[in-house]
Design a protein around this ligand. Sequence first.
Ligand code: ZN
Length: 563
Amino acid sequence: MRCIRLVAMAPVLALCVPLFGIAPVGAAERPQPKLIVTIVVDQYSSDLFTRYRPTYNPKVNGLARLASGVVFPRGHQGHAATETCPGHSTILTGAWPARTGIVANDWQDPALRRKSDGADTFSIYCVEKPGEKDSDAKKRVISPGFLLVPTLGERMHARDPNSRVVAVAGKDRSAVMLGGAKADLTLWWTEKGFETYRGEESRIPIAISNPGHDDDKNTVNYKVRASYASRTVPTLPASCANDTLKVDVPPKASVGVLQATEPNSKRWRATPAMDSLTVDAALEAMKALQLGQRSSIDLLAVSLSANDYVGHYFGTAGPEMCAQQVALDQSIGRLLAALDKTGVSYVVAFTADHGGLDLPERNRLRGIPSAQRISAELLPGKMGAELAKELGLSVNVVLGKNEFGNDVYLNPEIPPDQRAAALEAAARKYRAHPQVASVFTRNELIAAERPTGPVDEWTLLERAKASFNASRSGDLIVLLKPYVTTYLSPANLDTDYVASHGSPWGYDRRVPILFWWKGVRGFDQPTAVQTVDIVPTLASLIGLEINANEIDGRALPIVLDSR
Ligand code: ZN
C-alpha cells in the first residue's frame, strides 16, 4: 500500500491506496548511475518479447533480469518507416525521424547524381559521409553527418567534457546512430572485424584490434575472423518444441527446421557468434575506456544485430528464432554479469529499433489468410516504367529499382511542365493497387498536424508525419496494407531474405522498453509509450536538462515512490 496526502481537501486526509500509482523520477529509490547502458536488439518486436519472456532463464540472468525491472511491453517506434537506421536514430536522441533526418536506411536525393555499376543513382545511405562523390558501397566513408540532432552522449559531453561515450553494434548504422557525433569510440562489425571511422582507428583498444598484428589470437577481431570458418549447428532448446512448423519458400529457402550454417556464409550474421562477439567488443571497450570508473557519468550503447538476420532469413515464429532467443539471453546475461563485476553503478535501458513480421507462407498457416508477398508491380523500377508508358515519357518516372520503400521520388528528369501530371498519375496508380493502404503527397504531409495523441492510436497520416522530413522524404509516401511482406518470393529476387519489416503496422512499430538497475522495484506498465521517451527519462535520472522543444519524447515515471 502507498499513502497519498490530499492537502486540497479539508480536513486533510491521508488515503492509502493499492500500489498502482507511480511517482515521477526523483522519489526515494532513484538510482545514482555512473554508467548508462543502452541495449538495443535489432528487430525485436513486442510480440517476440511477449512470446519468449516466460522462457528467458533466470539462471542466465540476462533478459529475465531486465524483464524483472520496469517494463513497458507496449513501447513504440511511432513513425511509419520502421527500418534500422530511423529506429536507432530515435532511441538516443529522443526525436522522431522527422527531426533526426534519418527517414530511411537509404533515401533518394534527386539533386544528387552518382554512378553505380555504370548507371545513375540518387540513393544515399543514412550513415555515408555527406558530399561524397563515390557511391560504391564498398568504398563508403561512414559518418554521422546526416544525423541532424544531438544524441544523449553528445548532450552528456556538452555538460561534462570528461563523460565518455561508446557505441558498439553489429551494423555500422546502428552504432553511428546510437553514438552520434563526437562519441569517444564507435565500433561496428565488418567482415574484417570491428571497425571505426576512418582516421580514428587508433582509438580502437588493442584488445579488439592489434595494428600490424592481424595474427594476434587474443584480439576480438581475430576471434571474429576465426569464427567464420566453423560450421554452426544449432540445437533446438526444449522450450522451442512447439515452434516447429516447416515452411518451404522455393527454391532457395526452407524454414522451420534448424539447419547448419555453412562456413564463411553471410548467414554467419544470424548465428550466436555475431552477438557474442559484439558483447566481447563492448566489454573490451568498456575496460579500456574505464567506463563508469571515473568521476564522470559515461554511456555505453550496444546494438545486437543477429536477431534481425534470423528474422530476415527464417522469419520470426519458427525454431530458428526460438533458438536465437536462447543465444540472445546468454549474450545479454554475459554483458550484465561483466558489468556487475566492475562494481560500477549502472542503469540499463533496453529496447529495439523496430519489430518484424513473420513470413507470409507461415502466417497463412497460422490464421492470417491475407498475408502475402509484395507484387512486383509496386517495385519502383516496374511502376516507374509503366507510368512512363502511360504518360508518354522517355524516362522512368520513379527513382529506384528493385526495392520497395515507403518513400517514392519522381525522377528529376521529368520536364517541369509534366511533373504535376506525373505525380498525380503516380498517386492514382499506387492508390488503385490492391496491396496499398494509403498514399500521401508531400504537400499533405507538410500540412499535417504533428501527432500528439496516444501513439498506438495515431492515424496512418500521423505515423507518416513522424517519418517525414521535407528535405529528404519522397514526393509520395506509399503505405502497404497489413501483412504484405516487402520481399518478393526468393525465386524472383536476388536475396535469400524471406521476411521483412518497415511497415507502419503494429507488428513493426511495437517494441518493448525496459529499465533495470540494482535495487529497482519492478513493475509492468502496459500503456503505449515511445522510444523517444527513453532520452528524457535517462536525462531526468542523471539530472541533465533538455529543452522539451528539442525532442519529441517525455520522461517516463520509472521510480516507484516508496513513501
Ligand atoms: Zn533493424
